[in-house]
Design a protein around this ligand. Structure first.
Ligand SMILES: Cc1cc2nc3c(=O)[nH]c(=O)nc-3n(C[C@H](O)[C@H](O)[C@H](O)COP(=O)(O)OP(=O)(O)OC[C@H]3O[C@@H](n4cnc5c(N)ncnc54)[C@H](O)[C@@H]3O)c2cc1C
Length: 501
């Protein structure tokens, strides 16, 4: 499959349903530039928001400024997350070193130091484009910022294959959402963002634009962006969560994707649950940081499968297999990448407090509350869980991998959450612990998917199961059954006791 945009000659930006105005202010025709405030879709291709910014810049004959900032004071900011984000920013600085676009990478050296930077750029711009992202502090930050400036601020949705605003309400489970996708997704599969819009467009040169702004808030140096240990040690962030072995940035993401498509994709359907098989994509950290887009991942899979939209089935029965017209294994991958991932994005888009207990389905809250006083064979305080100091070697191994590498195998991530539910004094406490550990350590944490996974542990997007102690009607999992079901001997010898976190 080739990118329709690349083939047809690029015509412009995304469809209207991907563009959400964050204020009622107009485009200022005499503004000096178009500002792209890159906050979530941190990439230079396959990005509807960048396409939109380029479209404005072309129509208005104005240069394009890309502002990519990294705050210090956001929740869970640590060496691990900073190093990953800085890898991406460093790549962007190199790619945009020469050329018409002005790239302003800004890294806060003290919390709050960047205050006023966005407003300063907006004061000279004709229009602002930013990324629509339905979780973490981003929606609130953007709303506040948009209310403060006198020009149009647009948030553009490049989160998923389906534009979020094409849905009118959240879905309660994967099945009805899958059926919705099967009815509505086809048209969007031929509307991919441009793989490389900055090369395709003829943009005015930014020259020395915004010199005073850049003097007041200096662009991060190459040395700062290189994120050496010494640089990270000097930043006001959590130093107890160290750098993970995985590098951030689009190049690393593409290398991982290539390896997966060549070696893992056709094994995914059978082996994805086995921690000992390297059959899952491990692409979630880059998806979370926006270093790679789901559009590019889909495109790569489609290309590998020799797929074209004509292969889509006409039956929309909500079934997991047979709709895409790809191999069973590729379809199983797309069910996670598209159905499950976008189910959570749509939920977060419609339910701003998606991380709160009260948003769980009533049946799940009722049954968990009713079973909250049940005696628990084991209970642990958050510090013991954090330290991977439980009686359960499988759980300890998963927590140790999370602490050390910032990732956990998907199947074990489910077990990890279910045991936290079982071992905390109350399910509400389990929710707090899961959010804290996941978002603190996971490279892909603080994402709509984080809340899909964590809330799934507590019953969201799931159905009732036979009633049991502690879990009530919420699905339970056990380490013993996991040991029987999936291959994890090598995993346990790598992450099991002896590996100290
Ligand atoms: C308690 C718990 C917490 C979780 N926290 C996160 C999180 O913070 N960030 C995160 O990205 N995912 C989270 N997940 C979902 C899932 O575990 C990861 O997305 C997956 O393990 C990432 O590995 P992968 O890239 O190899 O996935 P693959 O199996 O290769 O799947 C490809 C992509 O599909 C999406 N995906 C896969 N499984 C799921 C799922 N169950 N729900 C939603 N999307 C999915 C992810 O974007 C993933 O990268 C969590 C799950 C649980 C049970």
């Amino acid at each position: 499959m080739t990118s329709p945009r690349a083939d047809a000659g690029w015509q412009g930006g995304p469809r209207a349903s991907r563009v959400v105005a964050l204020n009622a202010a107009p485009v200022r025709a005499d503004g000096a530039c178009v500002l792209y405030w890159m906050v979530a879709h941190r990439r230079l291709g396959w990005n509807h928001a960048l396409d939109r910014a380029v479209q404005h810049a072309t129509r208005l004959s104005r240069p394009l400024v890309i502002l990519e900032a990294l705050r210090a004071g956001y929740p869970w900011a640590s060496e691990r997350h900073h190093a990953f984000a800085l890898d991406g920013m460093s790549e962007h600085a190199r790619a945009l070193e020469s050329g018409a676009v002005l790239y302003h990478p800004y890294v806060e050296l003290e919390p709050g130091e960047g205050r006023g930077l966005f407003e300063a750029w907006a004061a000279v711009a004709a229009v602002v484009v930013t990324d629509l992202y339905p979780a973490f502090f981003i929606p609130r930050m953007q709303r506040v910022a948009a209310a403060r400036v006198g020009i149009r601020v647009e948030a553009v949705d490049s989160n998923g294959l389906l534009p979020l605003t094409e849905t009118s309400a959240p879905f309660s489970a994967a099945y009805p959402f899958r059926r919705f996708l099967q009815r509505n997704l086809g048209a969007h599969l031929v509307e991919m963002p441009h793989p490389d819009p900055l090369s395709a467009a003829d943009l005015a040169d930014a020259g020395d634009l915004g010199r005073e702004i850049r003097e007041r808030w200096p662009a991060a140096s190459a040395e700062l962006l290189a994120a050496s240990d010494a640089v990270l040690a000097g930043l006001p962030i959590d130093h107890t969560v160290g750098r993970a072995p995985t590098r951030g940035g689009t190049a690393a993401a593409r290398a991982r994707l290539d390896a997966f498509v060549e070696d893992g994709l056709e094994r995914y359907g059978q082996e994805r649950n086995d921690p000992d098989s390297d059959a899952s994509s491990r692409i979630s950290p880059w998806l979370h940081w926006g270093h790679i887009s789901v559009h590019e991942v889909f495109h790569r899979v489609a290309e590998h499968q020799g797929w074209s939209p004509a292969r889509l089935a006409t039956v929309a029965d909500g079934g997991r297999h047979g709709w895409w017209g790809m191999s069973p294994s590729a379809e199983s991958f797309l069910d996670e990448l598209v159905t499950w991932r976008e189910l959570g994005f749509v939920y977060c888009h419609h339910v701003p407090n998606h991380d709160r207990w009260d948003t769980l389905p009533a049946w799940a809250r009722d049954t968990l509350e009713r079973h909250a006083p049940d005696p628990r064979p084991w209970t642990y305080i958050p510090e013991e869980l954090d330290a991977a100091a439980t009686h359960d070697p499988v759980w300890n191994a998963a927590q140790t991998q999370l602490r050390s590498e910032g990732v956990v195998h998907n199947y074990l991530r489910m077990l990890w959450g279910k045991k936290i539910l079982e071992w905390c004094e109350h399910p509400r406490a389990a929710l707090e612990v899961m959010i804290e550990l996941n978002n603190r350590y996971a490279l892909d944490g603080r994402d709509p998917n984080s809340y899909t996974g964590i809330m799934w542990i507590l019953g969201r997007f799931d159905r009732g199961w036979p009633e049991r102690p502690v879990y009530g009607k919420v699905r339970s999992m056990s380490s013993e059954a996991t040991r029987r079901k999936v291959r994890l001997d090598a995993y346990l010898s790598r992450w099991g006791s002896g590996h100290g976190p």
